[in-house]
Design a protein around this ligand. Structure first.
Ligand code: ZN
Length: 148
């Protein structure tokens, strides 16, 4: 049975997550993408197509298409906000930081660099949903590897 409900994370966090879910940032195709990655999370049915324009080690543009639960899609939306205009190296650092937060690291959960994504900190208490939150970041890391 697929559980698409949002776990209880507190009202404020829930609001931020649902806001990104309903009005995702940077959603759509990207004509001049230099790298495209498709990834899914079969345990929940989440899917993402991540499109990036990477030039001279900088994420010039980023967009995504996808569907799935509110955790996965809001997390990807938050991620694209963070990545746009950042050096790839910084993007990878943020990916590490986000993963630390998903493994329950309290310092990472307070790191302002994670911006809206801090609303997902409570997901770490729901192990089955951690994969939902990590889907977009896994796709980003895969994209960096392919881009070379
Ligand atoms: Zn999910």
């Amino acid at each position: 049975m697929i559980d698409r409900s949002t776990p209880a994370l507190g009202d404020l966090f829930q609001d931020i997550i649902l806001e990104h879910y309903r009005r995702p940032r940077n959603k759509g195709a990207l004509q001049d993408a230099t790298v495209n990655v498709h990834m899914n999370n079969p345990t929940c049915g989440d899917e993402v197509h991540l499109h990036l324009v990477v030039e001279e080690g900088v994420v010039r543009d980023v967009a995504f298409e996808g569907e799935g639960c509110s955790i996965s899609q809001s997390s990807i939306s938050m991620m694209t906000q963070m990545l746009k205009g950042q050096p790839v190296e910084e993007g990878l650092r943020l990916a590490e930081r986000f993963k630390e937060m998903m493994h329950g690291d309290a310092d990472a959960a307070k790191d302002k660099a994670l911006r809206d994504a801090r609303a997902l900190a409570g997901v770490s208490k729901f192990p089955t949903r951690v994969k939902c939150a990590l889907l977009g970041w896994d796709a980003f890391e895969e994209a960096v590897e392919r881009q070379g």
